[in-house]
Design a protein around this ligand. Structure first.
Ligand SMILES: NC(=O)C1=CN([C@@H]2O[C@H](COP(=O)(O)OP(=O)(O)OC[C@H]3O[C@@H](n4cnc5c(N)ncnc54)[C@H](O)[C@@H]3O)[C@@H](O)[C@H]2O)C=CC1
Ligand SMILES: C[C@@H](CO)CCC[C@@H](C)[C@H]1CC[C@H]2[C@@H]3[C@H](O)CC4=CC(=O)CC[C@]4(C)[C@H]3CC[C@]12C
Length: 368
């Protein structure tokens, strides 16, 4: 890769490149990876915004494809130097079956690994998730932990289960011989809850607040800390890892890194108010307005309703036993592993991340 670096010969593939995170990774690569010759964007659904990228100096190749189809993945990977695998089914609301989640997140990742091995691609970066660790089914807190903090990572929900399995596959594949005889170098990034421009759930909360006359009602105690990270910094960490993986293969290969920045430690709802407050919403209550047992009951009721209504319609509200447990369990990271291993520093300060997100919510309001 050293020679090609000087002659701008690198070919990158971003799977899920049209998703919330994927779009930021794509744009970040075009801005911050001068050695790029071709950027391939592989996604089930291609966005119209890709067209505007095709006029720049880097060849942008949009590939409509499905990670569950091994031959489509292999065709996209062939000839790429680096694969950034962000594609996945992010469903914690019961919209898709557990089998489909497994197929996309686990089998899809296996297909990406096999494609690298078969075609000779040496560098694979996987977007994992903090959910791989927790919160676990026991609701045990993880307070400002790092990659070595002991924690019982036990899950039942299909999403964290699938991410954990896929992460393991990626890490175990480190060192496998790829076509041409060289070893595959892999690593996994575990973002905390991502926010920023394009974050659909933030938009949903905003519209819910508008419908409720500019108010949201506190359901989670302010003392519960939920880890969050700005999407631009998540994208930046992916770009840095991709850049450094070859030169620091012995150190970084087979490693996991929490993906974090300087966003403040707050509850999920208080954190959202950092953006929704300046957009005119108010969070009512200094303490939860409902007793926790009632929330648990409502969450269980939602699960029952989802099951009953399934033959007629898809009922997938934000509140269910899993989302309640995640929102109501302290899970925050405090680590410098990424800084020590590959010099990561957040590209966007908290103030800039906040300003950009507020601006986006305000413009999203206009387009809603
Ligand atoms: N949103 C969050 O807070 C967090 C997300 N992550 C991970 O980051 C990655 C990206 O997540 P988001 O951008 O939030 O989700 P997203 O749903 O916005 O993006 C996922 C992309 O993958 C594509 N995709 C889904 N199934 C596919 C398939 N079968 N073949 C090809 N492409 C397919 C989708 O079309 C979409 O463009 C995921 O792997 C997710 O697990 C990790 C931590 C936090
Ligand atoms: C109880 C409700 C009262 O207002 C709030 C419910 C909010 C939930 C929908 C979200 C709370 C925490 C979120 C998850 C978290 O940020 C970690 C995640 C990581 C991922 O890899 C995927 C998304 C998610 C599971 C995220 C999903 C939405 C929440 C559960």
């Amino acid at each position: 890769m050293a020679n090609s670096a000087q002659t701008q010969e690198l070919v990158y593939l971003v799977t899920g490149g049209c998703g919330f995170l994927g779009e930021h990774v794509v744009r970040m690569l075009l801005q911050r990876e001068p050695r790029l010759r071709e950027l391939r964007i592989f996604d089930l659904h291609l966005g119209p915004w890709l067209e505007e990228l095709k006029t720049g100096p880097v060849q942008v190749t949009a590939i409509q494809g499905d990670v569950t189809q091994a031959h489509e993945v292999a065709a996209a990977v062939a000839g790429a130097h680096v694969v950034i695998h962000t594609a996945g089914l992010v469903d914690v609301f019961g919209k898709t079956s557990p089998e489909t989640i497994h197929e996309v997140n686990v089998q899809g990742t296996q297909n990406v690994i096999e494609a690298c091995v078969q075609t000779g691609t040496r560098f694979l970066i996987y977007t994992s998730s903090m959910e791989v660790v927790g919160p676990n089914i026991k609701g045990q807190p993880f307070y400002r932990g790092n990659e070595n903090t002991p924690y019982e990572a036990v899950h039942r929900h299909p999403y964290p289960c699938s991410k954990a399995l896929a992460e393991r596959l990626v890490l175990e594949a480190n060192g496998r011989e790829v076509l041409g005889g060289l070893p595959l170098v892999t690593c996994a990034l575990r973002p905390t809850g991502i926010y920023g421009e394009g974050h659909q759930i933030m938009k949903d909360f905003y519209h819910q607040g508008l419908r409720l006359g500019g108010r949201l009602f506190r359901a989670i105690p302010a003392s519960v800390e939920h880890g969050r990270v700005y999407v631009g910094n998540v994208a930046w960490m992916h770009v840095l890892v991709a850049r450094e993986l070859e030169h620091r293969a012995a150190l970084m290969g087979g490693q996991v890194y929490f993906c974090y920045d300087n966003s403040p430690y707050k509850s999920y709802e208080d954190f959202n108010m950092e953006f929704l407050g300046p957009c005119g919403l108010q969070l009512v209550g200094t303490r939860p307005l409902m007793p926790y047992w009632l929330l648990v009951l409502l969450a269980a009721l939602n699960t029952l309703l989802q099951w009953l209504l399934r033959p007629l319609l898809l009922y997938a509200p934000l509140l269910n036993p899993y989302t309640l447990a995640v929102a109501n369990t302290t899970f925050t990271v405090s680590t410098d592993k990424a800084r020590r291993h590959f010099g990561y520093e957040p590209l966007f300060s908290w103030e800039e991340s906040r300003t950009r997100t507020i601006r986006w919510v305000q413009t999203a309001e206009g387009s809603a």
